[in-house]
Design a protein around this ligand. Sequence first.
Ligand SMILES: [Zn+2]
Ligand SMILES: [Zn+2]
Length: 268
Amino acid sequence: MGLEITHLGSGSRGNATLLSAGETRVVVDCGFSLKQMENRLAMAGVTGDSIDAIVVSHHHSDHSKSAARASKKWGARLYSNLETAMRLGLEPIAEVRTFEGLERLHISDELSLLPVPVPHDDADNVAIIASNGDGRRAAIVTDLGEPTVELMKHLSGCEHISIEANYDLGRLISGPYPPSLKRRISGRGGHLSNEQTADILAEVLHPGLRSIVLCHLSEKNNAPHLAESEVLHQIGEKFEGVLSICGQDGPEFTNKLGLSEAEPISAA
Ligand SMILES: [Zn+2]
Ligand SMILES: [Zn+2]
């Protein structure tokens, strides 16, 4: 059985990722307008009403924007932790199924998700480790100031890792943001720099890691070539898989575990 990962777009203006395993489809984060979500899903050949579940990593609007409306319209179960549900004004049980950190979400026999808590601003954010029925695993990790021991443990066995490379430290320091915002972004609760992301990947790299997608790049404080060169500098000699960058527009490609390698999506 395969496990397919399709980023519908990633960045400060919205994040959403489609996971498909067999007949099961899950959207991790729903940070675009409902219309945009449906357009982007259509480009990936998927309709909203075929989505089984939506998981919201944390309450920031670039991850949650249309989640509640999409859940109702598509008939998809909505999942978040309690803090996120409260921050979004969602009623547990009636509107959202709440989970605890490290509580496995059994979506179907084909797909389960493990939410791993990560430090981020005033949000109770989680990284998502998806497992298909064959035990193939893929990680989606964005919006964290630094990795935790728990996260590193769970990343170690993944065949696919989507991880944020939010800012280049040099660009952030010399860039236009006020000092307080610079401190927040680079602090424990902010985002990962290219260098932090490269360090994480170097530590969890193993021969079974097939694909890496760098996401949530800052448009002001980063550039694709900076993120890519930092990561390749750290892991280029050992990593034999596919390294891609996900931009704000999408979807552009699908990573397929247990099937063939990344395949481009032809423009609709
Ligand atoms: Zn974000
Ligand atoms: Zn955030």
